[in-house]
Design a protein around this ligand. Structure first.
Ligand code: UT7
Length: 370
């Protein structure tokens, strides 16, 4: 019997703090009119001192599990797609695993920049269809405000913080994730990069003086690349999922620039109202932009059970991709799972495990022989 991968839960987490274009014009030489007309962005959200990529991811994940009515202990795998992980290692996904109490899950981060959420969804769907996993949590989370140079008007106007999460579940019922396209072109790697802090350019005084710990971007070239691949990837995934243009209910593109989405709509000969666009409120939240836009499309009644939706994105790497979904919504399950209560228990469990490790370390000493 064939197994299908369905999206059964979704959730988002957006910081409260709003930074408007006017606010940014007090920091760098720019203005509201320039930002609006060149990008469509009006404001973005900025993480507070206590919010991190993992904390936003955890909140989005718990909301998605709540929606799917799935107990965290039933999650088999957590994939966090991010370009602003908490650390090089451990993976941000492991921090989320601990915080939500997903005691039976594997966890890893996926680095494919703004295309990451599409890559991660496809990996989850493949694992489910192969029969090896039942329930996968896919999260896109970013705190880009921490890696942006607030003196560089080419980049700091664009980005924002946020997270979105989907629960993907196995079922014999046809539908769900239909097909995907994943592409890359490493020859364009230097067009959008955070060069420092890795093994090639470890953090040194010099790397910091040269601003290598910030995002660097050739905006014009990325723009040209994006307008080329968005329509192409959408057409490719329509073909591989055997969907005709008339059968597409909604396209949810990566929210980078209004003009890029307009150009994709023109190239596809589709009206702009077929596209979900919310970048004016959040800016470019990289890999979080597609799940956040999906949550809002559902809230606004623009995406319903049975609809055919296409996700399409591009980003650093260079990477780009698309994914076609016959939208499902939550499976009917009982009894109600108390995800939030359980996560409080998970935090206590985490504390006890850390404490036990410390006490054992003291008792057994350095050599483990007492
Ligand atoms: O997730 C992927 C992330 N990256 C992207 O999606 C980026 C894609 N690229 C873009 O969205 C656009 O290229 C930008 C919005 C970044 C820039 O728009 P543009 O129309 O390509 O502008 P430009 O870079 O060609 O710059 C035009 C002018 C320049 O002045 P001169 O050289 O013509 O005198 C810039 O110095 O605008 C100037 N400029 C600004 N002016 C006011 C650049 N940034 C700003 C700014 N405020 N923030």
């Amino acid at each position: 019997m064939a197994v299908y991968a369905h999206i059964t839960g979704w959730g988002m987490s957006i910081p409260e703090k709003i930074l408007t274009n006017h606010d940014i014009s007090q920091i760098v030489d720019t203005n509201d009119e320039w930002i609006r007309t060149r990008t469509g962005i009006e404001q973005r959200r900025i993480a507070s001192n206590t919010q991190t990529t993992a904390s936003l991811a955890t909140e989005a994940a718990l909301k998605a599990l709540r929606m799917a009515n799935l107990h965290p202990s039933k999650v088999d795998l957590i994939i966090v797609s991010t370009s602003s992980p908490e650390h090089i290692f451990p993976a941000t996904a492991c921090i989320v695993q601990d915080q939500i109490g997903a005691v039976n899950a594997g966890a890893f981060d996926l680095s494919a920049a703004c295309t990451g959420f599409i890559y991660a969804l496809n990996m989850a769907a493949q694992a489910i269809r192969s029969g090896s996993l039942q329930n996968v949590l896919v999260i896109g989370s970013e705190t880009l405000s921490r890696i942006v140079n607030w003196e560089d008007r080419n980049t700091c106007i664009l980005f924002g913080d946020g997270a979105g999460a989907f629960v993907i579940q196995a079922s014999e019922r046809p539908g769900g994730i239909l097909s995907a396209v994943m592409r890359s072109d490493g020859s364009g790697g230097e067009l959008l990069t955070l060069p420092g802090g890795g093994s090639k350019y470890p953090t040194t005084r010099e790397s910091i003086t040269n601003g290598m710990h910030y995002i660097h971007m050739n905006g014009r070239e990325v723009f040209r690349f994006a307008t080329r691949v968005m329509a192409q990837a959408t057409e490719e995934v329509m073909e591989s999922s055997h969907l005709r243009k008339e059968e597409i209910d909604l396209i949810i593109p990566h929210q980078a620039n209004y003009r890029i989405i307009e150009s994709a709509a023109r190239n596809l000969k589709l009206p702009l109202n077929k596209f979900m666009i919310n970048l004016s409120k959040y800016g470019n939240t990289s890999t979080a932009s597609i799940p956040v836009a999906t949550c809002e499309a559902i809230q606004e009644g623009r995406l319903k059970e049975g609809d055919n939706v296409i996700f399409v994105g591009f980003g650093a790497g260079l990477t780009w991709g698309s994914l076609a979904v016959n939208w499902t919504g939550p499976f009917e399950t009982k009894p109600e799972v108390h995800v939030w209560n359980y996560s409080n228990w998970a935090r206590t469990r985490s504390f006890v495990r850390r404490l036990r490790r410390r006490i054992e370390g003291m008792i057994w000493g350095r050599n483990g022989d007492g």
